[in-house]
Write a protein that binds this ligand. Sequence first.
Ligand code: SF4
Length: 135
Amino acid sequence: MDYKIIPSVCSYCGTGCGVLFKVLNGRLVGTLPNKTHPVNQGKLCIKGWNLHEYITSCLRLTSPLVKVKGRFHKATWDEAIQVAADHFTSIVDKYGPDSVGVLVSAKMTNEENFLAQKFARAVIGTNNVDHCARL
Ligand code: SF4
């Protein structure tokens, strides 16, 4: 039996609680709070306690999906990003930059949220930026 405890950070929200993953024979089987982590000091909310469940869920998407004629198809990241970029470009060309917006997430880091608003303002040319905490 190979049992390991691997420290990590909860990815459910931007608080950044420290967790310890329980790994048995190479499979993630549980999550514990990290008592020495400065953010949560041994505490977790219900989402953190169940962090391992979504990581190992068979329902989890493992590749991008692109919708073609009403049906989703697996795609590479390059294909999916190109499709999104083409659609964004055609909408902005036709209706202007304020016809689109960027929604960011509490699951992203501050640095990623900063980059997203920079992308919206400097690349697309819109101030339509919002955050899931306000939805
Ligand atoms: S344990 Fe709860 S509060 Fe802590 S990072 Fe995860 S979701 Fe956020």
